[in-house]
Design a protein around this ligand. Structure first.
Ligand SMILES: [Fe+2]
Length: 283
């Protein structure tokens, strides 16, 4: 059976793509953010996942406001990027992992999650930036299964529902008849609000408590309603749901625990609180 080795949560911000493109990693503004990644890359170089499942939210590149699935799972042989503005270069396609896609899709439908299955799907910065941050050099060495969670247009799925979906994805991975190793990525957040009266809202206390909860009490954030999460973290901070799904995917195994590989937290990049957390699964 496939082996689930761990998870990594990271913020995604369009400006990161521009900073990578311009080689600004050592620039004083960017350095505290990019300095978080070498320990994660060293760990990934050691555990060498074959496949990554990425929970992220699309920002209008593939799904626009007229058609917005709550949960959508990619089942494509490859995933293309496209010009989404902000100076982010269009990247070469990322290879899919079709067999795992269908394993996850079949499992989710069996467990009564009414998902959208996407045999063609453009992926935006929320999916591609983590891959470039974790594997900056050359062709991406992992295949991918993108899973999109709506955090753009209300109504949004409840935190408890997202957790349950992530757990089911973890069960699908654990039951996958393959000798491949799998890592899970959560791409989003942390606290930020881009518009309205509270534009610029950041909640460091909540962000750090949330990150700590993923290590010690992963269901902690499911106590909050979506409106409470928006109140605490900002309209776009609710993207932390991706981290919740990611962490839930690690929970199905009997006696499974996690150890922290590395974490980083920096305010601000653009007007966002950036978080980074890698957890390794230990049985
Ligand atoms: Fe986002």
């Amino acid at each position: 059976m496939a082996k689930l080795i761990g998870c990594i949560g990271t913020s995604h911000i369009p400006a990161i793509g521009g900073a990578i493109h311009k080689g600004l990693q050592q620039n004083p503004y960017w350095k505290p953010f990019f300095d978080g990644f070498p320990p994660i890359r060293a760990w990934l170089g050691k555990v060498k996942p074959d496949v990554v499942v990425i929970f992220y939210n699309d920002h209008g590149l593939n799904f626009f406001l007229d058609k917005m699935p709550t949960f959508a799972v990619g089942a494509a042989p490859q995933y293309n990027t496209a010009d989404e503005g902000w100076g982010i270069p269009v990247l070469p396609p990322f290879k899919g992992e079709l067999d795992l896609s269908w394993q996850i899709i079949n499992t989710l439908v069996e467990k009564e999650f009414d998902i959208v299955t996407c045999q063609e799907m453009l992926v935006d910065h929320a999916c591609t930036l983590p891959l470039k941050l974790f594997w900056p050099e050359g062709e991406c060495p992992v295949t991918v299964v993108p899973i999109c969670i709506n955090t753009v247009q209300f109504p949004l799925p409840k935190a408890s529902r997202v957790y349950a979906m992530g757990k089911a994805v973890g069960e699908a991975i654990a039951a996958w008849d393959s000798d491949k190793t799998v890592a899970v990525i959560g791409s989003g957040g942390l606290s930020h609000q881009l518009d309205g009266e509270r534009a610029g809202h950041i909640n460091k206390v909540f962000d750090l408590q949330f990150m700590e909860s993923l290590l010690t009490n992963p269901e902690w954030a499911t106590q909050f309603s979506i409106h409470e999460l928006v109140e605490k973290t900002g309209t776009q901070g609710v993207e932390l749901l991706m981290w919740l799904a990611m962490r839930a995917a690690l929970t199905p195994g009997q006696g499974a625990g996690v150890r922290k590989v590395h974490s980083n937290y920096h305010i601000p990049i653009s007007n966002t609180a950036t978080g980074l957390l890698a957890l390794e699964k230990v049985d």
